[in-house]
Design a protein around this ligand. Sequence first.
Ligand SMILES: *Cc1c(COP(=O)(O)O)cnc(C)c1O
Length: 369
Amino acid sequence: MKKSIFVTQPNMPDLEEFVPYLQKIWDNKILTNNGPMHHELELRLKEYLGVPEISLFNNGTIALLTALQAERITGDVITTPFSFIATANSLVWNGVRPIFSDIDPSTFNLDPSKIEAAITPQTTAIMPVHCYGTPCDVEAIEKIADNYNLKVIYDAAHAFGVRNSKGSILNYGNLSVLSFHATKVFNTFEGGAIISPDAKTKKRIDNLKNFGILDETTVVAPGINGKMSEISAAFGLVQLNHIDGAIAKRREIDGLYRSGLQNIGGITLPKRTTDYALNYSYFPVLVEPDYPMDRDSLYEHLKSIGVYSRRYFYPLMSEFPMYRGIRSSDPSNLPVASAIASKILCLPIYPDLSLNDVGRIIDEIGLVT
Ligand SMILES: *Cc1c(COP(=O)(O)O)cnc(C)c1O
């Protein structure tokens, strides 16, 4: 292959479609602070996602930080080691200690049967991640949280639009946090959001993301600047016009990968739930010991022909220097996550990836001997 194929590529609308939104911003000169684009995007996302309340943010990480502040989380929080580093970092920035608990080998999400053993007297909350947009076992997590009086804050950065017959996956837990980063299914250049259950909670979150300012002379909390700009909100409005088509294209690519890779020895495809409408945000495979080369060699081989896959999430968060010293980071506590991290490879998937290129990637993986 001559041209480079990256693991993802943002879905760009025609520039002409964006220009009228820019014109509006130039006309009204409102660039941020809860402007009309911001307001409209909140309304349209609430409707599209099927959630009670949404607060937009400048990125997903600030949204995670603010979600923990809004729920006044302290002490220890149980989380997965198999995630992007922002998950654990957001805990530490709140003075909270992450407690890593092992994952389920088929969903790559927190294994509910392991959570109870990880609870300490200081535990106040669970922060699960819907990894790759695959839903966590939300019912089991809710039961544990109820039994032990814990809050649940979902890092739902991968779970935009994921829903079952009862509705959005984002409606579980106390809060859910989305990322609208350029690499995610729905993007606003940089951006994020917190889904909350009621207007009172949204109000607290909106206050925290605006420095804690209530009015001109009243500041009620040590808040932060988490506001989404008008230009990002405008881009979100344009993205939203095309999101269903973009997810449909991802589904088609996902299907082609599945049928092409399922019979290649040593390549395992994660099991797929049929209970949920998914967003096909990633295409993870496991490179098993009986594949002719190891995971890193396949990663390098693909790179040598211009195909840039990614080893998400290797190393585990618990392997990085700032988390290695925590007792729960010991690999003996995380056998499943450690094994998955050594075998995982995410293949390119994005709406503009041609089926022809997908076919060539499949062929390349099948030809390795
Ligand atoms: C992308 C991502 C984040 C961070 O979101 P940003 O918008 O990039 O700050 C957090 N958690 C997970 C699991 C992510 O993939």
